[in-house]
Design a protein. Structure first.
Length: 177
């Protein structure tokens, strides 16, 4: 199979690269499965154009993250919190009245990315509670605590779950399917 590097595109097939740099790719035209050496991919964050033995070309995005993210676009709610220690026990205390609306754009087992309304006062290392419902068949409700790790243009926040040591089977299953 030949590869040609081009920009990532939403119609790309996304495949997770294993620790040994191998990845399984399926031709969308004929269904043939290939195990490819993704370690030869020279430009990460871009899609590769592959040519199958059947003669058809298709694009693949190789996901090198240890915890791959899955895109989704669902409404959710957040509120800033702070942690207080009372007699050796950690308690979370909201720093604002009620929850504010957000658009959740991606999720992984260890974090989440979402867009907040303009005028927020969040900074890196602030903590938030986030609530939303996955768009899976079970309509799984997710309620997690996270810490802001990245602020980007367009009021996008990249957050890391503070409780990612605990296994949230709904989130894990959703991301891997």
């Amino acid at each position: 199979m030949k590869t040609n590097q081009t920009k990532k595109h939403s119609s790309s097939q996304t495949v997770h690269v294993r620790q040994d740099s191998s990845a399984t790719v399926i031709c969308p035209h004929c269904g043939i499965r290939y195990t490819v050496n993704a370690g030869k991919v020279t430009t990460r964050g871009r899609r590769s154009k592959l040519r199958c033995k059947c003669g058809q070309s298709f694009s693949v995005f190789f996901e090198f993250r240890e915890n791959p993210r899955r895109e989704l676009y669902v409404d959710g709610y957040y509120r800033p919190i702070r942690e207080v220690y009372v007699r050796g026990t950690v308690h979370t205390v909201p720093t604002s009245e009620g929850f504010l609306r957000v658009l959740v754009q991606n999720i992984s087992r260890t974090g989440i990315g979402f867009v907040v309304p303009t005028g927020h006062e969040l900074k890196v290392d602030d903590r938030v509670e986030i609530m939303f419902t996955l768009d899976d068949a079970e309509r799984s409700r997710i309620e997690r605590t996270a810490v802001v790790r990245r602020l980007a243009e367009g009021n996008y926040l990249g957050c890391e779950f503070t409780d990612f040591g605990h296994v949230d089977k709904d989130t894990g299953f959703y991301v891997m399917t």
